[in-house]
Design a binder for this molecule. Structure first.
Ligand code: EPZ
Length: 417
């Protein structure tokens, strides 16, 4: 029987929380570990997506074992150059392993990562970059086969859209390619800077210019390194919204406030008091938030699409109308139906959602629709009168470490049954 959360609303969040390591930094770093020496990677959150990535590493010939929040990778010789369908289905972002597979084995094969809850998830930009670096790509029977029999070579890669995963694949494939690579128009998320820092620690020659151009000089081979992963800015934003939606206050530690600046700006404009230090954020919310204004999701440093759902939940009870425009994914409003069950007044038209704040929300029987949508419905239940049930928790386990325990520690009445 799948467990559920029982959430009793209206407790105000209060307390301090250390933010766990960033899922979206650990995953590309583990993908890069396939072409490095032995590595010790600290601050790795214990998440199902990270566990799948470790299984994939093992399959590709790079042993990965966990000691607390540290993952130790041991790149042995051999291993497969294909990711089994089961592991691909378990985590569609496994496409980010492709660059390392080709660099290590001269070829890589994955099953076409189908769409997911966020809509179609094409990989054309990944393949564009890998082909520029000398890979030959074949598609057939639901598989993607990439071969580079003569190895990969440096190239100029100009991305028409700053895809996070495609940028990561290009970097991983280029660091041991023959010659120099220049990547323009790539994504600039902090998780990519963290991947670059990790690879530099392993001896890669990467230079990131102020305007986001990535210069890479291919090296023969990479050694290992010890690295500490950055904090998860999306998890941080989720806990800030937990305080905002309950009129509470929270001190988050162990993170870089500069990574959540846009979210902080909206919460501050909605009436929250925000104080930051080098590695902490303190937020105190008013009893009732003002409207959030218009939130347009954009590539970093714009408002992150991964915070759209939790910020929409935060807007449900605000005093006024908030508008959300989802510019990154073609179907990222699946949580709206669930939030409406709590009494929210949300109308959607294409990529726009209009949230008219209501005075009162009531408990309901809710379902997690995807990772961030799941967090949003839990936050909504925390602000509702009475009890709510939240189902399909496996979505949350993919990206939030100890979610119910952390919320309990912050004073929320949430039980897993
Ligand atoms: C990463 O996904 C994150 N996942 C996502 O976080 C995040 O939402 C996304 O970046 C945007 O910030 C990981 O890092 C593991 P993209 P990714 O390539 O790399 C289109 C979460 O909640 N696109 O930047 O898959 C794509 O369809 C997850 O933690 C192409 O058209 O995102 C989407 O509309 C969800 N062709 C947009 O670009 C491509 O080849 C952004 O995708 C690749 C992407």
């Amino acid at each position: 029987m799948m467990s559920v959360y029982i959430v009793r609303g209206k407790n105000r969040v209060a307390g301090t929380l250390a933010v766990h390591g960033a899922k979206n930094a650990v995953l590309p770093i583990l993908a890069a570990a396939t072409i490095c020496g032995d590595c010790v990677i600290h601050n790795c959150p214990d998440l199902t997506d990270v566990a799948v990535a470790m299984d994939i590493l093992g399959h590709l010939g790079c042993d990965a074992r966990r000691e607390g929040s540290t993952i130790i990778t041991t790149a042995s010789s051999g291993g497969d150059w294909r990711i089994p369908d089961g592991l691909m289905k378990a985590m569609r972002s496994s496409v980010v392993f492709l660059g390392g597979m080709i660099a290590r084995h001269g070829e890589g094969e994955i099953s076409l990562p189908g769409g997911c809850e966020l809509g179609s998830r094409p990989v054309d930009l990944h393949l564009f970059a890998l082909e520029r670096l000398g890979a030959q790509v074949e598609e057939g029977e639901g598989k993607l086969r990439c071969k580079a029999p003569n190895g990969l070579h440096g190239a100029k890669i100009e991305f028409p859209f700053p895809s996070v995963g495609a940028t990561e694949n290009a970097i991983i494939a280029a660091v041991t390619a023959r010659g120099d690579t220049q990547i323009t128009g790539g994504a600039r998320e902090p998780e990519i800077a963290d991947l670059i820092t990790f690879l530099q620690g392993c001896g890669a020659k990467i230079h990131l210019t102020i305007d986001g151009v990535i210069h890479i000089q291919g090296v023969e081979r990479l050694h290992g390194c010890e690295h500490t992963v950055i904090a998860d800015r999306i998890a941080a934003g989720t806990y800030l919204c937990a305080a905002a939606i309950t009129g509470g206050e929270v001190l988050l530690t162990g993170l870089t406030p500069g990574h959540v600046l846009t979210a902080l700006a909206y919460l501050s404009n909605a009436g929250c008091v925000v104080r930051t230090s080098l590695n902490s954020i303190w937020l105190k919310a008013p009893d009732r938030l003002k409207e959030l204004g218009i939130i347009r999701t954009q590539p970093y440093p714009g408002f992150p699409t991964d915070m759209q759902a939790v910020m929409m939940a935060t807007a449900m009870g605000a005093d006024g109308t908030s508008v959300f425009v989802e510019n990154i994914f073609d179907s990222r409003f699946r949580h709206v139906e669930e939030l409406r069950k709590l009494g929210a007044d949300i109308s959607t038209q294409g990529k726009t959602a209009v949230v008219s704040g209501v005075e009162c929300l009531h408990g309901a029987d809710l379902c997690c629709t995807d990772l961030r949508g799941g967090a949003a419905v839990v936050l909504g239940a925390m602000a509702a009168e009475g009890a709510s049930t939240v189902r399909e928790l496996s979505h949350i386990d993919r990206g939030y470490e100890r979610f119910a325990e952390n919320l309990t520690q912050l004073g929320v009445d949430i039980k897993e049954e």
